[in-house]
Design a protein around this ligand. Structure first.
Ligand SMILES: [Fe+2]
Ligand SMILES: [Fe+2]
Length: 138
């Protein structure tokens, strides 16, 4: 199941785990809507959730970047670059395409978002876990 939280995703920092869980919640709402098979047009809802995801991701990324900068984590620049790329990708999603091919675009998007978030947490965010925990950040 996509967007299911596992303990493996925990970076052992309360605020960040909460924010990551919120990203999963927004993602699963998108998944639920795209999976509905009632034939009702979901365009407005899909776009609305996409923007919600973008806004929340921006909020989370700034929070994370500030924390990394504050403690002088050496992977900060790579994180900033990766975060920026993700936001650009979400912004670049063609609203017209979502309208024409709702189900397909919706599913492609969900897979991209789910994979990106999972990989990013497991590979990039995990990199600061011990570093920040050792500085007393939980
Ligand atoms: Fe990150
Ligand atoms: Fe993160």
């Amino acid at each position: 199941m996509l967007f299911t939280w596992k303990e493996d995703f925990s970076v052992n920092i309360e605020d960040i785990d909460k924010q990551h869980k919120e990203l999963f919640r927004i993602g699963s709402r998108l998944y639920t809507i795209v999976s509905l098979k009632d034939g009702i047009d979901r365009y407005d809802e899909i776009i609305e959730i996409l923007y919600e995801l973008k806004d929340y991701a921006e909020y989370h990324f700034s929070f994370e970047e500030e924390l990394m900068k504050k403690y002088g984590y050496d992977g900060t620049e790579d994180q900033i670059k990766a975060h920026k790329k993700f936001i650009e990708k979400v912004i670049s999603i063609s609203e017209e395409e979502v309208d024409i091919e709702q189900k397909k675009m919706g599913m492609d998007l969900i897979l991209f978002i789910a994979n990106w978030i999972e990989n990013h947490i497991l590979k990039s965010d995990m990199g600061y876990k011990d570093f920040l925990n050792e500085k007393g950040v939980y």
